[in-house]
Design a protein around this ligand. Structure first.
Ligand code: C2E
Ligand code: CA
Ligand code: CA
Length: 792
């Protein structure tokens, strides 16, 4: 032990004595600088992207190699100043190459390996390389004979191997520049000086080339080391500054990203997350510190799925959608409904270098307010039904490609009276209840709209039979009484239906349903009419007639024709029936059978009837005093409160005696509302005017009417006369009526007698009077004509 220590002390003293200390100092400083640079360069290699990694790696190899080499030669320049030594140029240069290849290169490669063991092993190889370089360098020494102690050479190699193995094997966290620098210096310096300690030189006598070559070598070495180290130093400094800048930039970017109101994720071309922000984490409910970097889209979906307990199917669906988004080739905006009901506007932006940036904007509130605005625009505020605009939109949507459906236009009957009687508030409540009943009939998938006022609509997607069934349900639903507060209200409705097959577009569908509705109302309400081709023309014609009728009287297009009534007792004319005639400027003669019903529908019959009364009375005055004039009074006119005053006015203005005026009423006019009719009839008769029942047998044919109502004459409809000869039933009716009339003391008159045999039959039955083409056609009133000879 003592001997070993003595040997060590002796060796150290000897080593110090063999060296010029200035050179040793310089060598160590250079080695430290090289070590520090190697540490910094290895760190760069570790951090750099694969593209830049090889530059840093090459730099490490050169700096490490030349660091070892320079340390060696500077130390060698100060070795054995007592001896004149030289260095062979080629071997010296070669040793530099050796240093780079067997020390620098393996050392530089180590940061590429993740495994510590591999790094340590490669580090050891590089460390052994120091020894290799040392002895190559020693081989360049001239002017002496060298002997090396194998044991000490081995020890030196071990020091190098251990030093670099340690330096390379350090975990990245401990691999600071300082640590690498220290271990590198230890390995290089240790190898060199221990190896030198085991080396003995013997001067070769007469060697003279040394000093000159030494100067060249020292200048060359110093310059090379200086330039190299300075370059490396500057490069590292620039890189560090660049790094700092980049870090500052990415901090700014991070702040900007994390303060964005939109969620953002950037998937690169390999489907991995390169960038995302805090808002993105929030949107998917991740904690703020979740690290998604480097995850691929499938892994993200798994994470989201785990957080939200998604089923495998839901995950698959999400995967498919994300793939779909990533496959989009141009900038696209999509509204995406999240599981929790939020609506995200997803912006997909493929980028040129590959990959996709996806941003998420929470537009739930915007969409909600847009929906509200749309609702306001398309909804009836009172009933919450769709409005006209919504109906049109829906019909237009479904019309092309032609979906078969039917439009039901529903018009409430008697709604105006409800409004007038109970006020608008009640009317509104009634509409709300109507809407409720319609919705019930339509069902959850039905479509009901309010077009305004008391007009509703419904769309039925079914065949004719289903549609009619729905229409009947609507009629039934709306005719059931409504209870509004204390008021019980009964209304009803009329329905017009048109099918898409009959119309070319939504506008026409609406128009045709409206025509059908008009038809329903015209036929007496509370019913359904379907549009049929031709209805439009009929309606148009009717509307035209209606319009023209308003001005027909004042333009003098109307006149009265008179048909004589003949008493069968003496075959004399006892009176005339006044029949209205209209000579239309373009249509020519228009039959009363055509325009009277129209006038009744529109109510124009009241004014027309008043004119007829006036005209008939005025002209009847010219007739002999024993003749009466019969005027037809329509049921509508009969119900009008104006009838009595019209009658009295006509009589008063003409001066015609009331007993010479007879009014003809049909059964329909007098069946409804018995007591009121009786009162009215009584009032008319009090004036002195007589009353005839027209067209008897065509209406209700109730003999009770004959008993209950005060009548002066019964006119049996001409259909009985026409068939009496051939039809036993007709004959029986005729005989029966005649019999009753006789017992009640009411005159009986047959209409439409066209043949002498009919005339004969009427005589036999016992009719009081007849009327018919056989005895006289309706004609303009002219001065009294000679009596027509009647064959007996
Ligand atoms: P109505 O009151 O039954 O009138 C008798 C109709 O029978 C008249 O037709 C007359 O021309 C027709 N007629 C008379 N004799 C014969 C005959 O032998 N054979 C046949 N085939 N027909 C005969 P018109 O003038 O066309 O009137 C039709 C209906 O129009 C009338 O039936 C009446 O209900 C209504 N009407 C006519 N003028 C007026 C009027 O001024 N006021 C009202 N409210 N209704 C009127
Ligand atoms: Ca008549
Ligand atoms: Ca008649």
């Amino acid at each position: 032990m003592f001997a070993y220590r003595q040997t060590m002390i002796y060796g150290a003293i000897q080593l110090a004595a063999d060296h010029s200390l200035g050179f040793i100092f310089t060598a160590v400083v250079i080695c430290l600088v090289a070590g520090w640079l190697v540490g910094a360069l290895m760190h760069r290699t570790r951090e750099a992207s694969p593209v830049h990694q090889y530059r840093w790696l090459a730099g490490t190899a050169i700096v490490a190699g030349l660091g070892v080499w320079t340390t060696h030669f500077i130390a060698m320049l100060g070795y054995r100043p007592d001896m004149l030594l030289g260095f062979a140029g080629d071997t010296t240069t070669f040793s530099a190459l050796v240093a780079v290849l067997i020390v620098g290169l393996p050392l530089a490669l180590t940061p590429l390996f993740k495994s510590r063991r591999v790094r340590t092993t490669i580090g050891a190889v590089a460390g052994l390389g120091i020894g290799g370089m040392h002895y190559t360098g020693m081989a360049a020494v001239e002017g002496c004979v060298q002997t090396h102690s194998p044991l000490i050479s081995g020890l030196a190699a071990c020091i190098g191997a251990c030093g670099l193995a340690l330096a390379c094997g350090l975990p990245p966290r401990l691999a600071t520049n300082r640590a690498v620098c220290a271990l590198f210096t230890l390995a290089v310096g240790g190898t060199h000086f221990v190896a030198i300690a085991g080396t003995t030189l013997q001067h070769v006598a007469g060697y003279v080339g040394g000093p000159h070559e030494n100067i060249t070598l020292s200048v060359f070495t110093a310059a090379a080391a200086g330039v190299l180290f300075l370059g490396a130093f500057l490069t590292i400094l620039t890189a560090q500054r660049f790094d700092a800048q980049e870090q500052a930039h990415s901090a700014v970017l991070r702040t900007a990203l994390d303060n964005m109101s939109n969620g953002l994720v950037y998937l690169d071309e390999t489907d991995r997350v390169r960038l995302y922000n805090r808002r993105y984490l929030e949107i998917y409910g991740f904690p703020a510190d979740t690290d998604l970097s480097g995850l691929n889209s499938d892994e993200i979906i798994e994470l989201v799925g785990d957080r939200h307990d998604w089923t495998a199917e839901r995950r698959q669906q999400a995967r498919m959608r994300l793939n779909e988004w990533r496959g989009i080739e141009s900038f696209t905006l999509i509204d995406y409904l999240m599981d929790d009901g939020r609506i995200m506007e997803v912006e997909i932006r493929p980028i040129a270098e590959g990959g996709t940036v996806i941003t998420f904007d929470d537009v739930t509130k915007d969409r909600e307010s847009q929906r509200r605005i749309a609702e306001l625009a398309f909804c009836d505020p009172l009933t919450k039904l769709a409005n006209r605009r919504a109906l049109t939109a829906r019909m237009e949507r479904d019309f092309f490609p032609k979906q078969r459906f039917k439009l039901l236009l529903i018009d409430l009957d008697r709604f105006k009276q409800v409004n007038d009687t109970y006020g608008h508030a009640t009317g509104d409540q009634l509409l709300v209840q109507v809407a409720g009943r319609l919705n019930e009939v339509a069902g959850p998938h039905g479509f009901v709209a309010r077009l305004g006022g008391d007009e509703m609509a419904m769309l039925v997607y079914g065949d004719q039979e289903e549609t009619m069934a729905v229409a009947s349900q609507v009629i039934a639903a709306l005719s059931a009484p409504f209870q509004i507060d204390q008021i019980r209200i009964s209304i009803g409705c009329s329905i017009g239906v048109c099918c898409t097959d009959d119309a070319r577009d939504a506008g026409e569908l609406m128009q045709f349903s409206d025509i059908a509705l008009y038809e329903s109302k015209r036929q007496g309400r509370g019913r359904t009419s379907c549009y049929t081709p031709g209805m439009l023309e009929t309606v148009a014609e009717r509307v035209q007639l209606e319009t023209d009728m308003r001005t027909a009287i004042e333009r003098g297009e109307m006149h009265l024709a008179y048909q004589p009534v003949i008493a069968l007792a003496d075959d004399r004319i006892i009176g005339y029936e006044a029949l209205i005639r209209w000579t239309h400027p373009t249509l020519g003669m228009v039959s009363p059978a055509r325009f009277i019903p129209l006038a009744e529908e529109t109510g124009q019959i009241v004014s027309i009837g008043a004119w007829v009364l006036q005209e008939a009375c005025r002209q009847a005055v010219q007739l002999p005093g024993n003749l009466y004039v019969a005027v037809n009074v329509s049921p509508v006119q009969f119900r009008s409160p104006l009838l009595l005053s019209d009658l009295t006015q006509a009589l008063a203005q003409s001066g015609l005696s009331a007993r010479r005026l007879e009014i003809e009423l049909t059964e329909t006019a007098i069946v409804e509302d018995g007591p009121q009719i009786a009162t009215m009839l009584a009032a008319i008769r009090r004036l002195g005017v007589t009353v005839a029942m027209d067209d008897f047998g065509t209406g209700y044919s109730s003999l009770a009417h004959l008993r209950d109502l005060p009548l002066d004459r019964i006119k049996v409809d001409r259909s009985f006369v026409a068939t009496a000869e051939t039809d036993r039933h007709s004959m029986a009716v005729l005989e029966g009526i005649t019999h009753i009339a006789r017992t009640m003391n009411v005159a009986i008159q047959a209409e439409g007698v066209e043949t002498t045999s009919q005339l004969q039959l009427m005589r036999e039955i016992g009719c009081d009077a007849i009327q018919g083409y056989l005895v006289g056609r309706p004609e303009r009133l002219e001065p009294p004509k000679a009596l027509i000879a009647l064959s007996a």
